[in-house]
Design a protein around this ligand. Structure first.
Ligand code: BGC
Length: 253
């Protein structure tokens, strides 16, 4: 029993529409039990989000390091941007605020970086040498850069300019839903986005995550790239899994 518990971790993924968490089996990267999700409070201010995270954690009675995948640049625990979360977060120490609400030691990382680490450890980017770009298509567009499996954090390539606009405002999964785009129309925008990434970075592999990666067969075959592009294997759980893993690796003091 003890041996089993020692390989478990806990991750929470804070997204634009939902805050979801789960106990993670860190020997396999799989969820140990079904995840629990609550809607992201609106406005998504620090106290409101922290109290929702505490409810998610309490649902499982989790005690131990808590990994938080956060939808912004996070440097040394502090949020530095807020494209899809309340602007009050900018300059806020995510680890302190969520740590105070949960009573746990918190490790906060960018959500796409968390997903990237999970994919490199257990998923579609496992064992790939050279540069891998993991792109999460959700409310926004998140990116993780991994070189020989090592994360280069906070890449923020969802905000490159595409046809004079912020790419995530043209090509995120939320934009597809909001504008009612067909898979073909959305794929045209994704084509321009991924061609730009390919031109800038020349990666070995692109991994596409986010909830919509479940339907990758609808849009990945419509793209023409020199770079191999594959769906994420951990799909929308990668943020939870990666955050749990990172928290277990370096629990803050
Ligand atoms: C944020 C990124 C985040 C991505 C996905 C973007 O708007 O700038 O930090 O990874 O959304 O949530």
């Amino acid at each position: 029993m003890l041996a089993r518990m020692s390989v478990q971790g806990f991750g929470v993924d804070i997204g634009g529409s939902g805050i979801k968490g789960a106990v993670v089996d860190l020997s396999t990267g799989a969820l140990a039990a079904q995840r629990f999700k609550l809607p992201t409070p609106q406005p998504s201010s620090p106290p409101a989000v922290a109290s929702t995270v505490a409810q998610v954690v309490a649902h499982f009675g989790w005690q131990g390091p808590l990994g938080c995948a956060f939808p912004a640049v996070v440097r040394q625990g502090v949020a530095r941007t807020a494209a899809n979360i309340d602007p009050q977060w900018v300059g806020t120490n995510v680890q302190d605020v969520i740590g105070a609400a949960t009573g746990l030691a918190v490790k906060a990382v960018n959500d796409a970086d968390a997903a990237g680490v999970a994919e490199a450890t257990w998923g579609a980017a496992r064992g790939v040498r050279g540069l891998v770009v993991v792109v999460t298509l959700g409310t926004g567009i998140g990116t993780a850069l991994l070189y020989d499996g090592v994360l280069v954090p906070n890449s923020e390539l969802g905000h490159i300019e595409l046809d004079g606009e912020d790419a995530e405002r043209k090509a995120s999964a939320a934009v597809r839903e909001r504008e009612g785009l067909s898979w073909e129309k959305w794929a045209k925008r994704l084509q321009r986005y991924f061609s730009a990434l390919e031109f800038l970075l020349r990666p070995e592999l692109i991994v596409v995550g986010g909830g919509v990666s479940r339907r990758a067969d609808k849009f990945l075959p419509l793209l023409t790239l020199d770079t191999k592009i594959v769906p994420a294997q951990l799909q929308n759980e990668a943020g939870i899994v990666g955050a749990a893993y990172l928290a277990s690796q370096s629990p803050p003091a």
